[in-house]
Write a protein that binds this ligand. Structure first.
Ligand code: HEM
Length: 318
């Protein structure tokens, strides 16, 4: 009996390892240099983002950072629908297919699809059929962060694009703003991200906005009555909404988090000390944020002969 249980446990462990592998061995910073030596990929991404942000749309830096998170998190165990950082979120619904765009955490909420299209168009003009949409999303998140004043990092490349997406996985895997600290820790833990990663990644809420329907706490920018104008926007960071800094953690220590899930990080629980540290030490926050973004970008990428390089990020190739 004991050995049957031990056998079952090791089988489950193996299944979990296969399921949540971060198989990033084949990713590399110079991935495209032999297939397209003349391509200045980072330059193209950076130019499109700079022009977008300087046209009065600084929020787009935040939106692209969130797009990457929402691409990477939904992840299945079935090898035929193995989803991670694979641009699955970019696939449009068709008559016979429902993708992730209409999942609850994404619908009427995730932004930036047109900016990714623009980058992809420019990249295709330079080197057709070589660069994945998944890598473009990873680079756009990095540059969105940096252009708002945040840290930068080297992005390993070579992710390929999925040929499918999962509406149900997007619903089940993306964390809900009403979550408790324990639920948040479990959701990130399921992706191989530890408590430090979770608290550092949540610092992305130093930029961008939320619709008032999600605001549970500081509702000063929102209509007084809940249910009225739920789509009015309020800044996630009360102090510096388009600057990527550590002010979000200062908000939390003053109990001025906007989402319930934000304030859960500083509410007498295990993350209080780290939140306090980040609130007074932006270098520590930046270092942990970068490490966690790199880890998140390595969630189950499709590599080698898996997946494809989509010609149009919104549709699977014929
Ligand atoms: C810890 C769990 C998290 C929860 C529950 C959560 C939830 C939310 C919600 C409800 C919004 C507002 C959406 C809307 O009003 O349409 C939002 C916005 C945002 N989230 Fe999160 N989030 C989490 C973690 C993250 C992570 C890990 C990142 C990136 C690394 C991120 C980046 C962002 C950004 C940048 C925005 C603002 C987007 C914009 O203005 O377009 N979030 N989040």
């Amino acid at each position: 009996m004991a050995s049957a249980n031990a056998g079952r446990s090791s089988f489950l462990l193996l299944a979990l390892l296969l399921c949540f592998s971060t198989a990033h061995g084949q990713l590399s910073e110079t991935f495209y240099s032999s297939a397209c030596p003349s391509l200045n990929l980072t330059g193209i991404v950076n130019r499109v983002l700079r022009s977008e942000l300087s046209n009065g749309n600084q929020r787009m830096g935040a939106s692209l950072l969130r797009l990457f998170f929402h691409d990477c998190f939904p992840q299945g165990c079935d090898a035929s629908v193995l989803l991670g950082c694979d641009a699955s979120i970019l696939l449009d619904d068709t008559g016979s297919f429902t993708g992730e765009k209409t999942a609850f955490p994404n619908v009427n909420s995730v932004r930036g699809y047109e900016v990714i299209d623009q980058i992809k168009t420019n990249v295709e003009a330079a080197c057709p059929g070589i660069v994945s949409c998944a890598d473009i999303v990873a680079l756009a998140a990095r540059d969105g962060t940096f252009l708002l004043g945040g840290p930068t990092w080297n992005v390993s490349l070579g992710r390929r694009d999925s040929t499918t997406a999962s509406w149900s996985q997007a619903n089940s895997d993306l964390p809900n703003p009403a979550s408790s600290l324990a639920t948040l820790l479990a959701a990130f833990g399921n992706k191989g991200l530890n408590a430090t990663d979770m608290t550092a990644l949540s610092g992305a809420h130093t930029v961008g906005f939320t619709q008032c329907q999600f605001a549970k706490l500081r509702r000063s920018n929102c209509p007084r009555t809940k249910g009225v104008n739920d789509t009015v926007l309020a800044p996630l960071d009360v102090q510096t909404q388009v600057t990527f800094d550590n002010a979000y953690y200062g908000d939390l220590t003053k109990y001025k988090g906007l989402l319930h899930s934000d304030q859960e990080l500083y509410n007498g629980g295990s993350q209080d000390a780290l939140v306090k540290k980040y609130s007074s030490n932006s270098a520590a926050f930046f270092a942990d944020f970068v490490a966690a973004m790199i880890k998140m970008g390595n969630i189950s990428p499709l590599t080698g002969a898996d997946g494809q390089i989509r010609a149009n990020c919104r549709v699977v190739n014929n």
